[in-house]
Design a protein around this ligand. Structure first.
Ligand code: ADP
Length: 562
């Protein structure tokens, strides 16, 4: 028997309509490349979005066409987030930090027809156009977000016959009505950042995007609500800025877009000036911000929540922000394939009776699956493992905003089995309360004489040293043990007195003796390479930093007097 409720599909247009109707005067603030601030409202964003819809239509963009963006977090990027899917086309946000050959690969794989690009980033496409490397792109549109002043540099070359974004919008009329289509229609395309092979396309739908935004607004999700002033540091070219542009519009929260200014000083200034209450990004951003906050004082009394994901948040990070600024760091897990919100770590009511240490351990977990997402862990024979907090297995997820296939990539899709679940490639334990704790990525685990060592746990233990800024643990092939752990350490300051013995002593508190690195495998390095989305690039570390002759300095064993 059919239910008798209305059949209104879940369409992205409904999100914008709510922002315009109820919160038309609430602010959307953008920081441009030169540091200037542009203030507008959700009402104005809506009006311009509807003009952009007309412009896109008049340029011949058809339902299903891929329209790419190559841009920082800005108001115009936000308008594209709505206008492209609202005419039934697919917004393909390209990660600007990918290597050139991967950018070419994904544009050709996606067969993008148009590309909207920030002026400061456009010269790459002038070259690619000249070389005939991206033939599917018929039109380039330049978004002029004013680059930082650099008078000494020559004017960057622009692609031939590129159009100007404002010139496109200005004469266009406001689109009449709103096309209605099936909620399963594709709305966005995002490629994984290829830490695990070639980039793979994840094709979001209107339905998955709207449900994910609702999940974001749940109190046990990201708790987005109208009263928040939100600043997504996570780029709009990476998994839809974790859905924040859509969830902020859905509830009418003030949205602050930082452009390219998302480190240290520009970020701190914007957080202070706009009285931001919640922000989100990868751990590196918050480690760097914390360092800056040690040097200069800002009034961050409005900032209550930092959502951290993309890589593991350390105990130090969570403790530092709480102790020094009263800011709660909320740890979350997800991936491009999960839209990305999968788990969020919040304390359950049972935690009332827990010790501070036990609470912190729960907060350090990647968290509970958010409503809508289900999880399980499997052993190497695909048998379900118990939720005892001790049995590590591959994490599988399912839910309405989890990918069921990769875009045009049957070989990669085969990895999705068993039916109806997505294999994440992450290794996790789940405790009896349902808290998921990632112990590693499958490919990053270290296998010593057949026994596993978690690189993530070892990194977290090493960064607990007050003189350590960051640490990476990777496997080195070994004739006797198969693999042994190598721990690369970046000191907070070059003079910081941290020795290999200090690190080993710390690790020995949490690891068995056989799991510890050899003293000569604790290497002090100046910095660690990061991927395009700011995570440790373990592929590069393994291939360039732990080989004989690499730039690392073995840790100085402690002398008796030290
Ligand atoms: P890619 O898979 O190309 O690296 P993603 O940005 O989608 O791109 O990365 C998803 C991966 O990031 C997850 O599979 C997981 O390994 C890691 N990750 C995400 N959030 C966390 C977290 N809170 N703690 C540890 N690892 C995380």
């Amino acid at each position: 028997m059919d239910g008798l409720m209305m059949r209104d599909g879940l369409l992205i247009g409904s999100i914008l309509r709510r922002a315009e109707t109820l919160f038309g005067s609430k602010e959307v603030v953008s920081r441009r490349g030169d540091g200037s601030i542009v203030r507008t409202t959700w009402g104005e964003v809506g009006r311009r979005t509807r003009k952009l819809m007309t412009a896109l239509k008049s340029m011949g963009v058809q339902p299903g066409d891929r329209v790419a963006t190559f841009a920082w977090n800005s108001q115009r990027h936000l308008e594209l987030y709505f206008a492209v899917p609202m005419i039934g086309a697919v917004l393909h946000t390209i990660n600007i930090r990918l290597p050139r050959e991967q950018i070419v690969y994904i544009i050709n794989h996606a067969q993008d027809r148009m590309l909207f690009v920030d002026k400061s980033l456009a010269c790459l496409f002038a070259e690619l156009q000249e070389a005939g490397s991206i033939p599917s792109i018929e039109r380039f549109v330049i978004i002029d977000e004013l680059a930082p002043p650099a008078p000494a540099l020559p004017r960057p070359a622009l692609p031939r016959s590129a159009l100007d974004y404002e010139a496109l919008i200005e004469p266009a009329s406001v689109f009449e009505g709103e096309p209605v289509f099936d909620e399963e229609t594709a709305s966005g395309l995002c490629y994984t950042s290829a830490t695990t092979g070639d980039p793979k396309g994840v094709l979001y739908s209107h339905r998955s995007t709207v449900l994910h935004a609702m999940g974001n607004c749940m109190v046990d999700g990201a708790a987005m609500c109208e009263r928040e002033i939100a600043l997504p540091v996570v780029p709009m070219f990476h998994v839809n800025a974790w859905g924040m542009p859509y969830s902020c519009a859905m509830v009418g929260a003030k949205l602050v877009l930082p452009g390219s200014g998302f480190v240290g000083q520009p970020l701190a200034e914007l957080l202070e000036a706009e009285k931001v209450t919640c922000t989100a990004g990868v751990p590196t951003v918050w480690t760097l911000l914390y360092q800056h906050l040690q040097e200069k004082t800002y009034d961050l009394s409005h900032l209550k929540t930092i959502l951290v994901g993309g890589a593991a948040a350390s105990r130090t990070l969570i403790e530092n922000y709480k102790r020094d600024f009263g800011i709660t760091v909320i740890h979350a897990w997800g991936m491009t394939e999960t839209s990305p919100m999968g788990t969020v770590s919040r304390l359950r009511s049972e935690s009332e009776g827990w010790s501070q240490e036990r609470k912190l351990e729960a907060l350090l977990c990647q968290g509970l699956p958010v409503p809508g997402v289900e999880v399980r862990i499997l052993d190497e024979h695909d048998r379900d493992l118990p939720w005892d907090g001790q049995s590590p297995g591959e994490l599988l997820v399912r839910g309405p905003w989890i990918a069921r296939e990769y875009y045009n990539n049957p070989a990669a899709t085969a990895a999705f089995q068993p039916e109806g679940w997505f294999r994440t490639g992450d290794v996790a334990v789940i405790d009896p309360f349902g808290y998921v704790r990632l112990t590693d990525r499958k490919k990053d685990l270290i296998k010593r004489k057949g026994e596993w060592i978690s690189s993530v746990d070892m990194e977290n233990a090493a960064v607990a040293h007050p003189g350590v800024l960051e640490a990476a643990v990777v496997a080195r092939p070994d004739a006797v043990c198969d693999e042994v752990p190598v721990c690369l350490v970046v000191k907070k300051e070059p003079q910081a007195s941290v020795t290999a013995d200090d690190i080993l002593a710390l690790l020995a508190q949490r690891f068995a003796k056989w799991q510890l690195p050899r003293p000569e495998d604790i290497l002090f390095v100046e910095s660690l390479p990061k991927t395009s989305v700011g995570k440790l690039d373990k592929k590069r570390i393994r291939s360039t930093m732990i080989q004989p002759g690499a730039a690392a300095v073995p840790g100085t064993p402690r002398t008796p007097s030290a």
